[in-house]
Structure formats: C-alpha cells, structure tokens
Design a binder for this molecule. Structure first.
Ligand SMILES: [Zn+2]
Length: 202
C-alpha cells in the first residue's frame, strides 16, 4: 500500500509515510494541504457526530425564533420554517433549505457514525467505500454555517420592525453546526481511505 498522495493542485506525488500524530503534510511545491494525521480521529468523529445528531434532534423540537410586534407574537420551529416557505409559494426554496440545513448534514453525520463503527470492528465491509464517498460528497452540500449566518443577518434586519427573541433551538442548532464542523474536519480524506484500504487487504 502506497504512502504517497498526489497533490490536488499540482499533481506532485508526495510521501506522507513519516507523518506523525498531530502533524499535517503540505505539498512542498505549491503548499497545498494534503493530510493531517490523528491516531484517535475516528473516536473524535464518532463523538462529534453522535453529539451533533443529538443537538439536531433538540434543535428540531423547540422554538427557533419568536417575533413580536404590536402585541402580536409568533414563534417558529426549525421544522416549520420550510413549511412556511412552501405556504408562501416557494416550494423549490423550501425543499432546498430542508435538504441543505437538515437532511444532508444529518445524513452525513449518520454515515460518519456507521463508517466509524464499521472501521472500529476491524473487518472490511462492502459498504465502507460508498459510505466514505457519500460523506465526502455530502460535506460539500451541507450549508449549516451559511444558514446560521443568514439567520443572524435576517434577525438584525427584522429587529428594526419587531422584537426578535432567540429560542433554545437556535443555540442547539449552533452547537450542532460546531459539532458538524468538528466531525468533518477530523475525518481526514487520505487517512480515511488508508484505513479502508488496510481493512480491504487484511
Ligand atoms: Zn502541489
């Protein structure tokens, strides 16, 4: 099994065999990031993914934001937001929002959990490859941070017209976003493929 990575930027083959725990490797020619080794990466991913999913369940169960103006108050949950968009005549936006902020990130975290459990069992499983491919593809389509920033910008604008109260679900979703980012950043692509390759040739 090779310990070389082809740089995604300039195609140079770089040996990362000498990389130790906590060290990262970059391309010596163009400086592009190649890999970061964490011997306990799977344990971290497992922890962040499971805590992240718990926060998402929590975030979906309570009010996300409350608005009050002229004595009229209304609260909305995370799950109600796409339905509100749908009822306002924006079904495409409702589907995309649901996919990007809930369905895809939750699926990525569940796939991460499954991948870590299967690799920790120490035996090759035919679903490891599709799981890893799904995780790295799904990460590109998850927009949890973008959603949070958009909500904050919207809150600042609405604050001029109504009183905005942040619900407990907002903080739970923010915690979910942090866990999601930590889980994805700890699952190094090269180290993940290397682990799967090791199990395949066992
Ligand atoms: Zn390079």
């Amino acid at each position: 099994m090779g310990n070389e990575i082809a740089c995604q930027s300039c195609d140079l083959l770089v040996s990362v065999a000498a990389t130790k725990h906590g060290e990262s490797a970059s391309c010596p020619r163009c400086g592009c990031f190649l890999t970061k080794r964490h011997d306990d990466a799977l344990r971290r991913v497992l922890a962040f993914a499971s805590i992240g999913l718990m926060f998402l369940v929590f975030a979906s169960s309570y009010p996300f934001l409350s608005l009050s103006s002229s004595g009229v108050e209304s609260a909305i949950t995370l799950i109600q937001a796409p339905f509100a968009l749908w009822s306002k005549g924006m079904p495409e936006v409702a589907v995309l929002v649901t996919a990007f902020i809930i369905v895809i990130p939750a699926t990525v975290l569940m796939m991460m959990l499954t991948l870590c459990i299967l690799i920790n069992r120490g035996r090759y499983h035919s679903s490891l490859l599709p799981l890893a491919k799904g995780i790295f593809m799904g990460q590109k389509w998850s927009m949890v941070e973008v959603f949070l920033i958009a909500v904050i910008v919207a809150m600042v604008k609405i604050a001029a017209m109504a009183t905005v109260t942040i619900g407990i679900s907002f903080w739970a979703y923010a915690a979910f976003a942090i866990c999601f980012t930590l889980a994805t950043s700890n699952l190094d692509r090269y180290q993940c493929w290397q682990k799967i390759e090791l199990l395949a040739i066992k």
